[in-house]
Design a protein around this ligand. Structure first.
Ligand code: PMP
Length: 295
């Protein structure tokens, strides 16, 4: 057993407000979260013991739940308290928090009405970032053939437990030797990566696909747009195509886990100079500063 696994064994997981040892943190095999991916989740970061943009994450969680008519049995304020309790129980200051709300245990049929109580799970752990080298040198991604869910079928704005669309794309990316994969939408526009939003810089102008392109409204994406504004530049939300990616001077991804990470190669083509660009580097610095401020 490695040191890491040892530390893991002491992990405390919150289920419905009670803390359990990792080995005892269990829910029913009849839970529709497991049987059908019926539930919602959030992935958040804590910096110096404070959860970054907690309110915004809770808002998205409750809205995702509302969209699938899942009533979360506790208030956002109570959820925020339980998140803090879980962080403290694990003595985590800089970490990653996963919030999961499942539909609850039910019959083998789909009917969400024939389930009991939604289960609220909070896991606080250490963060697994991309290797440090990729933040310095930039990462390589590929466009994959799995298209992002059609928003009229299942809105990518819902952060649901059913992530197979993204997993299919991730498999393609990994097959091509890339740790992130770029997904297009049903009309061939750039949507987002499997767990990150995408930004481009072209002739000094920052742009990112709009929500209507069929993406998750990333909270890191929002923060980066605010930071760009603070820096005196506007970020355009506009439909983007592979052409825009290939002619971009800079490209980067955003996500709670990834933060801001430069992309220097897409589909085997170097982006810009093939090195992280100045606007990306500036936004990475601003983002880091922002996480260290009160938020
Ligand atoms: N898109 C998808 C599909 C994601 O899963 C995530 C990660 N939650 C993001 C974008 C980035 O969102 P955020 O900045 O809120 O973590």
């Amino acid at each position: 057993m490695t040191g890491n696994e040892n530390a893991d064994a002491n992990l405390k997981v919150s289920i419905n407000g009670t803390l359990f040892d990792k080995a005892d943190a269990k829910i029913s095999v009849f839970d529709h979260g497991l049987l059908y991916g019926d539930g919602v989740f959030e992935g958040m970061r804590s910096y110096a013991g404070r959860v970054f943009r907690l309110e915004r994450h809770l808002q998205r969680l409750y809205e995702s739940a509302k969209a699938i008519r899942l009533e979360i049995p506790i208030s956002p304020a109570r959820m925020a308290d339980d998140v803090q309790t879980t962080l403290q129980a694990n003595a985590i200051r800089d970490g990653y928090i996963r919030l999961v709300v499942t539909r609850g245990a039910g019959t083998l049929g789909l009917d969400p009405n024939r389930t009991s109580h939604p289960q609220v799970i909070i896991i606080a752990g250490k963060i697994e970032l991309y290797p440090e080298r990729l933040y310095r040198e930039g990462m390589e991604i590929v466009t994959v053939s799995t298209i992002r869910n059609h928003p009229a079928a299942l809105s990518p704005r819902i952060k649901s437990l059913n992530y197979l669309n993204n997993i299919m794309a991730k498999l393609e990316g990994l097959q091509a030797g890339c740790s992130e994969a770029l997904m297009l939408n049903h009309i061939g526009e750039i949507a987002e990566c499997t767990g990150d939003n995408i930004f481009l810089v072209h002739r000094g102008k920052l742009s990112t696909p709009p929500v209507e392109a069929g993406i998750l409204e990333g909270i890191t994406r929002e923060v980066v747009m605010e930071l760009a504004q603070e820096a005196g530049s506007v970020c355009l939300q506009r439909p983007l195509t592979k052409h825009d990616v290939y002619i971009a001077d800079e490209c980067f991804l955003t996500g709670s886990a990834a933060e801001v990470i430069p992309v220097v190669k897409v589909d085997g083509r170097p982006i810009g100079t093939g090195k992280p660009g100045p606007i990306t580097i500036d936004l990475m610095r601003r983002f880091h500063e922002c996480t260290q401020r009160a938020h």
